[in-house]
Ligand binder design. Structure first.
Ligand SMILES: [Zn+2]
Length: 422
């Protein structure tokens, strides 16, 4: 890959300020090697009398590179994603993952946490990106999720049933290079032999995993779709929750919201990725193609639960003080790796958030959840030079934040005014 790192300036009509709550009009970002050296009014260029190369991006909005907390790098984002993950060879999966990570970074998503891919794929692709051999975002990877035998995503590779099995699985993932551990606290729609309404692990086993992860300096991120699953995760002190839906364990019933569990979640500072960007894309896909939104699982409720019912509870959680991260669940049906910005769209359109709040979620807020807020997530002196420009103004229309027109990662120019350079 071309290593065009040096010192240069990138100017734009709108540059996000450090707090990510307004634009700096007509500003330039000075990039030196892989860092942001300064942010100055464009009229102050040339910088310190040098003959600095200036890339004037013109009428665009310049944001920090987007951050996505939930990816499956080798999944296909098609309706047969589950079947493919089950049947494809590692070579096929690595090939798709390589392309997916390229798509993600060229769309402006410069940091991605992968929460469940085969070990042979996740660690290989991360290494190739880190060495600069292939383009991709900065990756934080978990490798295979830890799940029970025949449990949610068992075919990714790590089945662990007992407390001892789970402790060993956490240790093994860390040994392979996992920076975060994904656990499947309940079953999921993706896996026929799992039950999304029932816990896969009791609180004692989850707690053992948390203790072991903390000893090794990594976090546990747990998938949960049911009220019992959330309760167990909160009781066990799981660091972050994915989906956080409140399905009742009895499939003749609807949802089972537990405000006291939410209060404890807030008190413990447990982050939630509500994965509603994925829902937004799936709903739009169904509308466009005149098909029903798909939900074929055998445990589907006998009472009808609509997206609006789940959203009402997520809104309650948000109002109670639960902090949300982005996390598209990239690779699941219709969640294309180039569409990470849909998480921010969903915060605005489905939860009624202010545009800047959604932009902060997609940048600095999720950086904090990932523990990388000192490096990435805002445009400020000393931060990594990860930038993405968008046509239009996402502070007025959140959908203007979609696929970036220019992308800079670690001070390297990957895409310049829609020309891909890698
Ligand atoms: Zn997922």
């Amino acid at each position: 890959m071309k290593t065009n790192t040096s010192t240069f300036a990138v100017s734009a009509k709108r540059v996000a300020n450090q707090n990510l709550d307004d634009w700096l009009p007509n500003h330039a970002v000075i990039i030196s090697e892989n860092l942001i050296a300064d942010v100055i009014p464009t009229k102050s260029l040339p910088y310190e009398g040098s003959n600095l190369k200036i890339y004037d991006l013109g009428e665009v909005s310049l944001l920090p590179g987007l951050i996505d907390a939930h990816c499956h790098m080798h999944c296909s984002a098609t309706v047969d994603a589950s079947h493919l993950a089950l049947t494809e060879t590692n070579n096929q999966l690595i090939s798709r993952a390589t392309n997916n990570m390229r798509k993600a970074v060229l769309a402006g998503t410069t940091t991605v946490r992968d929460l469940g891919s085969k070990n042979e794929v996740a660690f290989t692709v991360k290494q190739m990106i880190d060495l600069g051999h292939i383009p991709g975002p900065k990756l934080i990877v978990s490798g295979t999720p830890v799940t029970i035998t025949a449990g949610h995503c068992w075919f990714f590779g790590t089945e662990a049933d007992s407390e001892q099995d789970v402790i060993k699985a956490v240790r093994n993932q860390v040994k392979l290079g996992a920076q975060s551990i994904k656990m499947m606290a309940t079953g999921g729609m993706f896996t026929k032999t799992s039950n999304p309404r029932r816990p896969q692990y009791n609180t004692k086993i989850l707690k053992a995993a948390v203790t072991e992860a903390e000893r090794m300096g990594v976090t546990i991120v747990a998938h949960t779709l049911s009220a019992e699953g959330i309760t167990n995760c909160v009781e066990a002190g799981i660091h972050q929750l994915i989906h956080a839906r409140w399905l009742h364990h009895d499939y003749s019933k609807g949802l089972d919201y537990r405000p006291e569990v939410v209060d404890k979640m807030v008190a413990q500072g447990q982050w939630v990725d509500p994965t509603i960007g994925h829902h937004l894309l799936a709903i739009e896909h169904a509308k466009k193609n005149n098909t029903e939104e798909q939900s074929y699982h055998w445990t589907t409720s006998q009472v009808s639960i609509g997206t609006e019912d789940h959203l009402a509870l997520l809104e309650k959680m948000s109002e109670s003080g639960v902090q949300f991260t982005t996390g598209l669940d990239m690779g699941m049906n219709h969640a294309d790796h180039a569409d990470s910005a849909a998480s921010a769209w969903a915060f605005v359109e489905m939860l009624g958030w202010d545009n800047w709040k959604a932009i902060r979620a997609a940048t600095t807020q999720t950086a904090s959840a990932l523990g990388v807020e000192k490096e990435v997530g805002k445009i400020a002196k000393g931060m990594k030079a990860d930038l993405a420009s968008f046509e239009g103004n996402p502070a007025n229309n959140i959908r203007d934040m979609h696929r970036a027109t220019s992308v800079f990662k670690d001070g390297k120019i990957l895409k310049l005014e829609n020309r891909v350079l890698v």
